[in-house]
Design a protein around this ligand. Structure first.
Ligand code: ZN
Length: 191
């Protein structure tokens, strides 16, 4: 057997190994999502109670337009969904809170916009995405275990609800920002 044949066999074996790894990782994630979906999800609906602009309104979309989930952190704009809504309306001049969901430190999932709402959270990608923000600045702190658990649950729930395997990316994948922070970004590979 000459050296090229050996290299070729090696490459084929390596490719097979990588494909097997990816296949089993995908299956493991699917199994995990099924398990997660068995638990009931608690979402606090604050769509009509968070601060809104009295003069502006977000536009709406058909749910079929949604093809991705984008992850954020709150960085320095406060701690609760109420804080972000106030900041986005009063300081940014937006129609309402930018995110569809906020996951607070204790793991509470707050819904701030209906999925049909095209809110502002990732410039250029708002029409096609759902924005989820975890409270905290993950450039220098860690997300809580409760937040990660709720995030996994919410992502599984949204995929099931829209019947689409929505990919999750970080805000930094779509623009010049450190969001959702160095300590949260790696979690995406687990979703
Ligand atoms: Zn962001």
């Amino acid at each position: 057997m000459n050296i090229y044949t050996k290299i070729l066999i090696g490459l084929v074996a390596l490719t097979a190994l990588i494909l097997a790894f990816l296949f089993f990782r995908k299956r493991k994630k699917e199994e995990e999502q099924k398990e997660i979906l068995k638990e009931p999800i608690k979402i606090y609906d604050k769509i009509n109670t968070l601060m809104r602009s009295s003069t502006q309104q977000y536009s709406t979309r058909d749910l079929s337009k949604i093809n991705k989930i984008i992850l954020h952190h709150s960085a320095a704009t406060g701690q609760t969904a109420e804080d972000y809504a106030r900041y986005h309306v009063q300081s940014n001049g937006w129609p309402g809170i930018g995110y569809h969901f906020v996951i607070e430190k204790n793991g509470d999932i707050i819904q701030g916009n209906s999925l049909e709402t095209v809110s502002y959270h990732a410039a250029g990608k708002n029409t096609e995405s759902i924005g989820i923000s975890l409270s905290g600045n993950f450039m220098n702190e860690q997300p809580t275990a409760a937040q990660i658990k709720s995030l996994k649950q919410l992502v599984a729930h949204l995929r099931a609800q829209l019947n689409k395997n929505l990919p999750v990316s970080g805000h930094r994948d779509h623009g010049q920002t450190s969001c959702p922070g160095t300590n949260l970004y790696p979690i995406i590979s687990q979703l």
